[in-house]
Write a protein that binds this ligand. Structure first.
Ligand code: FDA
Length: 498
């Protein structure tokens, strides 16, 4: 229900009583817009037509988060929580439908406390991946954490959806390495792993952001890395045999030793093979010669470095320094649209020829393919909500970009048409998708009698979570039966009557 203006006033009064006024920005505050856009990654959700929040709260301690939830609940105003603001559909700070809501922005709650002796850390949701990686490297250059590539991603949203990067074949998804967490529930209580119970602790590790409450902090297990890793980057154009090498890559990459990760970016008429190997080039080169000679890797392609140096190298370019991963500025002028697929059976060579024809069209985008196998594939599907495990060869992310000079309709159309073309070659029943590459084209929640419909939610929910969707809905009913935490793709509550 859309709350009346009266309840908005009462909500703001309740907040003002509980939260220092410099941490509360209403639409009339001079800094409202600058705080709102501070971590908006996709400028397409920063237009005059965007449904913006009534106010933004920027907590500096947990009690402020609790107060925002309690005031919201009492006055019928929902809160949306933002950590890094990288949501592909902007759901952490905008509503796709008219709604009065507030944003709880966790950017100030971002400490990272590393305990080198136990190889664990507590990281607050508002920290970026760059801040997490940096703090770990300061404690030890032999420890790391397996999560995403882009250093400005927020820990809160990323862990909520799974989270993977170049260590996924060795150490799985970020949430496979989460030991404990603290959650503010819909009653404003702070719960740790024990207090939230097995089902809710299971659900917050990959069941998507927003649904179960606001995760304040995560305890993670750090993972060992060698003192030297080797990076390589090899590009093959279609004329240089990209189709054959890519066809072969599908079989080779998911079956390689876990220390070797080779992903592919396909764009225009080129396939770019980007790799991280946990070891030196002396052992990598013979391994590549025996397992993937078609790529033609030689020593000149290889660059040895520490794991922490690989973070800026892969995402910010070879000129970037390790300190650059602390830069939280996400300013980007490119508008984007993305979606994803999972491949369980290698795509035939003839189809790759057609795929490169799609990539040659005007207004085309790119494909990023991350190989699975190894650790990520050895975890049972039901161990966490993230179900894309054994049998997955690789994940595809489709992306397209445009500038403010156009409305993006041609680029968005290309992406949708190409996604339709890919249907026969990718997973089906369900056609799996990765929730961190959120796409509202997969389906939107329907609210019936002020509760999100489980039946309607299955349409998108089974794509992200497969058989785990039902268990997520049951966990939601336990922790938030009134469906206070809600967005366009939040988990609906399912009350099971025995
Ligand atoms: P944001 O703050 O927008 O939150 C995302 C969702 O989670 C929202 O629904 C929000 O309400 C909710 N949420 C946020 N904080 C929460 C909290 N504390 N408690 C509960 N819910 C919370 N992914 C990946 O796996 N590997 C990768 O390498 C990359 N690379 C990448 C690059 C770029 C440029 C972008 C834009 C995105 C990626 N991603 C990715 C996807 C990324 O993992 C995904 O967008 C995350 O949800 C972003 O988390 P943020 O906290 O930044 O988002």
């Amino acid at each position: 229900s859309v709350p009346s203006l009266a309840s908005s006033d009462a909500f703001l009064q309740c907040l003002s009583a509980a939260i220092p006024k410099q941490l509360l920005y209403t639409q009339s505050s001079p800094s409202f817009t600058s705080v709102l856009v501070s971590s908006i990654r996709n400028p397409k959700f920063s237009t005059p037509g965007t449904v913006r929040p009534l106010c933004i709260v920027t907590p500096t301690n947990a009690s402020h988060v609790q107060a925002a939830v309690v005031c919201g609940r009492r006055n019928d105003v929902r809160v949306r929580v933002r950590s890094g603001g990288h949501d592909y559909e902007g759901l952490s700070y905008r509503s796709a439908r008219p709604e009065v809501f507030a944003v709880v922005d966790l950017a100030n709650l971002r400490s990272v406390r590393v305990d080198q002796k136990s190889a664990t850390a507590w990281v607050d949701s508002g920290a970026t991946l760059g801040e997490l990686y940096y703090a770990i490297s300061k404690a030890s250059n032999l420890l790391a954490f397996p999560a995403g590539l882009c250093p400005t991603i927020g820990v809160g949203g990323h862990f909520s959806g799974g989270g993977f990067g170049m260590l996924l074949r060795k150490y799985g998804v970020a949430i496979d390495n989460v030991l404990d967490a603290t959650l503010v529930d819909a009653n404003g209580r702070i719960l740790d792993k024990q207090a939230m119970g097995t089902d809710v602790f299971w659900a917050i590790r990959g069941g998507g952001g927003e649904s179960f409450g606001i995760v304040l902090s995560w305890q993670v297990k750090l993972v060992p890395v060698p003192p030297t890793v080797t990076m390589f980057n090899v590009t093959k154009s279609v004329d240089q045999g990209a189709v054959d090498v890519l066809t072969r890559w599908q079989q080779v990459a998911p079956a390689l030793p876990e220390d070797l990760f080779i992903r592919v970016l396909a764009q225009k008429q080129e396939a770019n093979f980007q790799s991280m190997y946990l070891g030196t080039s002396d052992t990598l080169l013979p391994l590549m010669r025996s397992r993937f000679p078609e790529l033609g890797l030689n020593r000149t392609h290889c660059k040895e470095m520490t794991w922490i140096q690989s973070v800026p190298y892969i995402y910010l370019g070879s000129a970037a320094s390790v300190e650059d991963i602390l830069n939280r500025t996400t300013a980007t002028k490119s508008f984007s649209k993305a979606t994803s697929d999972y491949v369980r059976q290698a795509i035939p060579r003839e189809a790759w020829v057609k795929i490169f024809a799609w990539l040659a069209k005007p207004d085309s985008g790119l494909m990023i393919m991350d190989p699975y196998g190894g650790k990520i594939g050895s975890v049972p599907e039901s161990a966490t909500p993230f179900p894309h495990r054994g049998g997955v060869l690789y994940n595809i992310q489709y992306m397209n970009f445009w500038s403010a000079a156009t409305d993006g309709s041609a680029q968005t159309r290309w992406l949708r048409d190409f996604f339709a073309f890919m249907g026969p070659y990718v997973s089906n029943n369900p056609r799996e998708a990765y929730v961190n590459y959120r796409d509202l084209d997969l389906g939107l929640n329907v609210v019936v009698g002020n509760v999100t419909s489980y039946r309607a939610g299955k349409v998108w929910g089974e794509k992200y979570y497969m058989a785990n969707f039902r268990r997520l809905a049951v966990a939601k009913a336990k922790v938030d039966p009134d469906d206070y935490f809600r967005n366009e793709q939040s988990i609906p509550p399912l009350v099971v009557t025995k």
